[in-house]
Design a protein around this ligand. Structure first.
Ligand code: PGA
Ligand code: ZN
Length: 432
């Protein structure tokens, strides 16, 4: 029996925000099969692959019946008979079939679900867990988790301007221990929030709903929560921010609504640099809008030797944009979201490009997620070094953390936690 694709089917399922999304299922003629669900972003870059949505009144316009039909009508006939182990050819076929630069015709949601389902089927055919199939005999590290404590921005009714207030534990020694420490911080933050007034629930990715007077108030409470948790801020536990500045403006200026401030790019960079001096911040994502490379460059030039500067909307998991960003010196780490570019092979190319420049790499979930745990395997099997999933509640998030725990256990004495080695050279040494 070979690994030839015998069938490709798709269906509409539901994501963690209760919106329709695409699930694809690929079966090989050997009987091996794989399944994947497309995630969905809320703070999306303009250069991302486009999801195909039905529009209209039903499901708020988020229906995916056209994306699902495209799988049956066009994608399945094109892939049937292909070798599932040839991911590059499968993905090239998907891109060519779509024919647009941003996958708008067949939909990034349909294409990413099929691309990932093919990968799962190939691993099943090899009778290997996905992470080990991807590692293909190379040594790999368990990722450093980046875990949200407060969720803001587009994930919490813009209650804070900064989108994610997260923590990182580079010295935890193991992935398991990093989760335990994070749980201490998460609960301490919840206690502090309760003392300040009624808790307002959780944001889209499971972090505490931010109840703050200013963005700095959130940074103060997070620093206090780390200390109250019994761990040392700036030693055991560091703060990591996703500014998601694309949502706040562009090169012409940024609005920090909670702080009642309008900032120029230069002032925005100065604000971020100042926060990184005043708080135990180890990592900052998207401190500027997707095309404001000047502001990104200012931040990078000032603090890139000691703070991880991640490109998300700036890079959109696109290898060419990674190359341009490296030439311009605007980041030292790349967020890798398979659905941002649309296929497994293109996401891997972006990750390879970033690593070739000595950058850190973080495989990332989206704010709209599901029970699909592929990113736990991708972050480990690709040896990305870091994994961003959201917070430490809600099963669409915990499913990923729990899957990495299983992988860590399966590795046994071979398990290596990426820890400080996950960062670009220079930062890694500072933490050592
Ligand atoms: P999104 O945001 O999934 O809502 O686009 C996640 C992020 O900005 O990292
Ligand atoms: Zn982001």
């Amino acid at each position: 029996m070979t690994a030839r694709i015998a069938s490709v089917i798709a269906r509409q399922v539901w994501d963690s925000r209760g919106r329709p999304t695409v699930e694809a299922e690929v079966t090989l003629d050997s009987g091996a099969s794989g399944r994947a669900i497309a995630p969905a972003g809320a703070s999306r870059g303009a250069h991302e692959a486009i999801d195909l949505r039905d529009g209209g009144a039903a499901f708020g316009g988020y229906g995916v019946s056209r994306a699902v039909s495209g799988v049956a009508a066009e994608i399945a006939p094109a892939l049937i008979g292909m070798d599932a182990r040839d991911q590059a050819l499968v993905d090239q076929t998907l891109c060519a079939l779509d024919g647009t630069a941003n996958k708008a015709r067949l939909g990034g949601n349909a294409i990413v679900a099929v691309s990932l389902a093919v990968l799962h089927a190939a691993a099943a055919q090899a009778r290997e867990p996905l992470w080990r199939y991807l590692a293909d005999g190379r040594p790999v590290r368990l990722p450093l988790p980046e875990i949200q404590i407060f969720g803001g921005g587009a994930h919490a009714g813009r209650r804070t301007d900064v989108q994610d207030f997260m923590v990182m534990c580079p010295k935890a020694g193991s992935f398991r221990r990093a989760l335990e420490i994070t749980d201490d911080v998460y609960r301490a933050a919840g206690r502090l929030m309760q003392e300040r007034g009624p808790l307002s629930g959780v944001a889209d990715e499971g972090g505490w709903w931010p109840d703050f007077q200013s963005n700095e108030d959130a940074l103060d409470v997070l620093t206090k929560a780390i200390e109250a948790s019994g761990h040392r801020a700036g030693e055991d536990v560091w703060i990591s921010l996703d500014i998601a500045a694309n949502e706040l403006g562009d090169a012409s200026g940024y609005t920090l609504a909670l702080d009642d401030r309008r900032l120029s790019g230069e002032e925005m960079a100065a604000r971020i640099i100042e926060w990184c001096g005043r708080y135990p911040i180890l990592s900052v994502e998207d401190p500027a809008g997707q095309d404001d490379w000047q502001t990104m460059g200012r931040v990078m030039a000032a603090i890139g030797n000691r703070v991880q500067v991640i490109g998300d909307d700036v890079l959109v998991t696109n290898a060419q944009r990674v190359e341009r960003a490296a030439a311009a010196g605007v980041c030292n780490a790349a967020l890798i979201k398979v659905n941002q570019v649309g296929t497994v092979s293109e996401a891997k190319a972006a990750l390879d490009a970033a690593q070739a420049h000595g950058w850190g790499t973080l495989v990332s979930a989206r704010s709209g997620e599901s029970e699909d745990v592929a990113i736990a395997h991708l972050s480990t099997g690709w040896n990305a070094g870091q994994l961003k999933v959201g917070s430490f509640t809600r099963s669409e998030r915990m499913a990923k953390w729990n899957e990495v725990l299983r992988i860590e256990e399966a590795m046994g004495s071979q398990a290596v936690y990426a820890g400080a080695s996950a960062f670009a050279a220079g930062i890694a040494e500072l933490l050592a």
